[in-house]
Design a protein around this ligand. Sequence first.
Ligand SMILES: [Zn+2]
Length: 275
Amino acid sequence: MRPRWCAPAVGLLASALLASGAGCAGPVDPVERPGTTEAHKGHGHAPSAASYRRWGLPSPLAPAPKPPERPTVRTGARPGPPPVVDRIPTRDKVVFLTFDDGAEKDPRFVDMVRELRLPVSMFLTDSIVGPGYAHFGRLRAVGATVQNHTLDHPRLPGLPYAGQRAEICGQQEKLKQHFGIRPRLFRPPYGAYNDDTLRAAADCGVAAVVLWRASMNINDLSYFEGNHLRPGDIVLAHFRRPSELNGASLTEMTTRLLRRIQEQGFTVARLEDYL
Ligand SMILES: [Zn+2]
């Protein structure tokens, strides 16, 4: 199934689309948008070069460019299935960091996200987070955002519609209980979905289904196509334990990931600013 893009909010085409009501002017859902927490409001200056060095980066990441005025992918603007997104249409040399599941709860990662002001979208699975939601609450308090990755991490196309809906809506409820928000974004486990998944996601209030174009392994990125990042790529990583990282910590893995991004001349932006 092909992703369904909104026209980028640039140029005459977009203006015409917006004027005709066919553009990206979907209703703004107040939940889990940037600017809704203290951490997102920012406290002025960017992280210092010393902060980057402390976390193993040779130089600071470039500041993220100003995000678009309106989300660049049409979400929730009209009835029907949500868009499936693996890359954001942009010319900016930005990529987006997503961390999945929620197994590892390394407190140092909270320090890293806070000190580097890393925009991180967390796709959480209830049965994997287990009793550890408070850790993700701390990450959220320093600017990470919470999104939905099902209750039990099944391969959704193997379930009937009702089962898929229970997995997605059930996790919306859990996240509402823990964080007071109902996520707008959903990622199906293994990136596997069918028409029932999209219908269930829509019924559970999901505005966009988020896949990825590049994924972080222990040391390096792998790409869906080619051998380098492209503007707007969504990058998949996991909250992995040292036992799954050849003994490295989650923060060490993240440093390697940031170096790969930096080496290719990219920086990191916040997914929710574009979706
Ligand atoms: Zn997963």
